[in-house]
Write a protein that binds this ligand. Structure first.
Ligand code: ADP
Length: 498
């Protein structure tokens, strides 16, 4: 192995990307390709697994070509991916038996309701850390076995394989030799016992999923296979893997318990490193595996909000109040406050910590003087308020202080948002020099296994300095604003119940 760079494959929901990093964690080459979203019915979302593979490998080759020595310069490969998305293929042909069923797809909602009536929720939460929901892979696999002609029989005869996206990519990269999943991705299937680090026989039995379909669970950091020679012309070890949110936690170097990251994307995702402890939430948060490095497994608490940056898209596309997301910063700064206006963007119900599918959006506190800038500012502030609610739930569940909060995602480019966030949390927030934390996390995991970095301290030391946003608001004003937000949330709850 004489390569100098780490290749990070970032297989997301709307595009496949490849970023190549050097030893100082700097990006030296990149390529990206979008692929089709397939919506066969309302509430259903699919991808073509072959297109996922094609676009991913084509970006990898494109990015490698830009290196002086081409792919020969690559020391190791890391992979991060959209989580929960489910692919089933035939091991004899390598062909998928159905499209990938994407994490957003709600087709198994009815079946999940049936499972909930069987009083399995508590027991399964204890084992898997998750709440029974169509979001996770388990009921999607079951759907494929029930609905694709011949699938159940082929699965029972041992011909079919299941994988989340990293599993599918690794299987293809290794020419069908390696069928593995890393602990962080396994922990999103609702089939994996996160305490014992194995597939749960009882859950498999209830869902009638043959164990022979399942990949071998492996640590997130460590060599799990090598690319087939046909792929890059020589073999490259694959040695870092993590689901996208966990990879971002690692990329933000939140290595210690008590460190959290929040991603302001279309939705919002907060993960708190809880170290070696599995914290069970009483506030609707999920417990999940952050990563496994050898035998050392770290856990996280996870909370998500459905509408984060999507509220800004709504201002732009529906209300036509703004031309671009970036404008919101200047507009928000143009007024002293929202003049009492609050936006609760519960467009698709509310996630953690409220979990009310019947909540709907509310714009409240309007007076005759309320105008465009106040509404725009209220939308930006709603991203911060929702983060406060997640963090409060995490504090309550862990009974401890959150030591450090790192932020990333598209809307983290907005300085006003981060200043307001620090004010409302009453503690600093940190933005990394590069907000590409997801692919960087996968690169760090691979580079650790391949010896590019000796340990996590060295990774941390290689990191450029974060930008720090400090709280300035007095606590009386902060509490008044938060009270207003919670009164507004109260008005959004249960709205669509009728
Ligand atoms: P995803 O990965 O979920 O597609 P990104 O992390 O790329 O999302 O973030 C995009 C989201 O961030 C969009 O919803 C957009 O409205 C919002 N956004 C982007 N830039 C800004 C900004 N400067 N201020 C506020 N919101 C922004």
């Amino acid at each position: 192995m004489n390569g100098k760079y780490i290749m990070s494959l970032d297989q997301g929901t709307t595009s496949s990307r490849c970023i190549i990093y050097d030893r100082s964690g700097l990006q030296v080459s990149a390529a990206q390709q979008e692929f089709a979203q397939i919506y066969p019915q309302a509430g259903w979302v699919e991808h073509d697994p072959e297109e996922i593979w094609r676009t991913q490998i084509s970006t990898a080759k494109k990015a490698a070509e830009k290196l002086p020595g081409g792919a020969a310069d690559i020391l190791a490969i890391g992979i991060t991916n959209q989580r929960e998305t489910t692919i089933v293929w035939d091991r004899r042909t390598g062909k998928p038996v159905y499209n990938a069923i994407v994490w957003q797809c709600r087709r198994t909602a009815g079946f999940c309701d049936v499972l909930k009536t069987e009083n399995l929720s508590e027991k399964w939460k204890e084992k898997t850390g998750l709440l029974i929901d169509p979001y996770f892979s388990a009921t999607k696999i079951r759907w494929i076995l029930d609905h694709v002609p011949g699938a159940r029989k082929a699965a029972e005869e041992g011909h079919l394989l299941f994988g989340t996206v990293e599993t599918w990519l690794i299987w293809n990269l290794t020419g069908g030799k390696t069928h593995v999943t890393d602990y962080s991705n396994a922990s999103r299937t609702m089939l994996f016992n996160i305490r014992e680090l194995c597939w749960d026989e009882e859950i498999l039995q209830r869902l009638e999923i043959p164990a022979s379909m399942l990949p071998q669970p492996v640590p997130s950091c460590g060599i799990c296979g090598e690319t087939d020679e046909a792929v890059f012309g020589h073999r490259i070890p694959i040695c870092g893997m993590a689901g996208d949110q966990q990879a971002a936690l690692f990329g933000q170097t939140c290595f210690e318990a008590g460190e959290a990251k929040h991603t302001y994307g279309t939705g919002g995702f907060m993960l708190l490193n809880t170290g070696k402890d599995i914290v069970t939430s009483s506030n609707g948060l999920l417990s999940t595996i952050a990563w496994g490095i050898g035998k050392d497994v770290r856990y996280a608490l996870e909370g998500s909000v459905f509408v984060c940056g999507a509220a800004i898209q709504w201002l732009r596309d529906e209300l036509k109040l703004i031309g671009s997301a970036a404008e919101t910063e200047e507009i928000a700064r143009g007024v002293e406050d929202t003049a009492g206006v609050y936006l609760v963007p519960a467009f698709t119900g509310l996630g953690a910590p409220y979990w009310d599918p019947y909540a709907r959006g509310v714009l409240t506190g309007l007076t005759r003087g309320a105008g465009r800038a106040h509404i725009v500012r209220a939308a930006v502030e709603s991203m911060a308020y929702q983060t406060c609610d997640l963090l409060a739930a995490m504090k309550e569940d862990t009974g401890g202080e959150i030591r450090k909060i790192h932020v990333d995602g598209g809307a983290a480019a907005n300085d006003f948002l981060l200043e307001f966030q620090a004010d409302m949390l009453g503690q600093p927030v940190y933005r990394p020099a590069s907000i590409e934390t997801t692919s960087l996390g996968a690169a760090f995991l691979a580079g650790l296994a391949a010896g590019m970095w000796q340990d996590q301290d060295e990774i941390r030391a290689s990191r450029l300095k974060d930008q720090e946003f400090l709280p300035e608001m007095d606590s009386a004003r902060r509490e008044k604003l938060l009270r207003g937000w919670h009164r507004a949330v109260e008005r959004s709850l249960r709205w669509a119940e009728e």
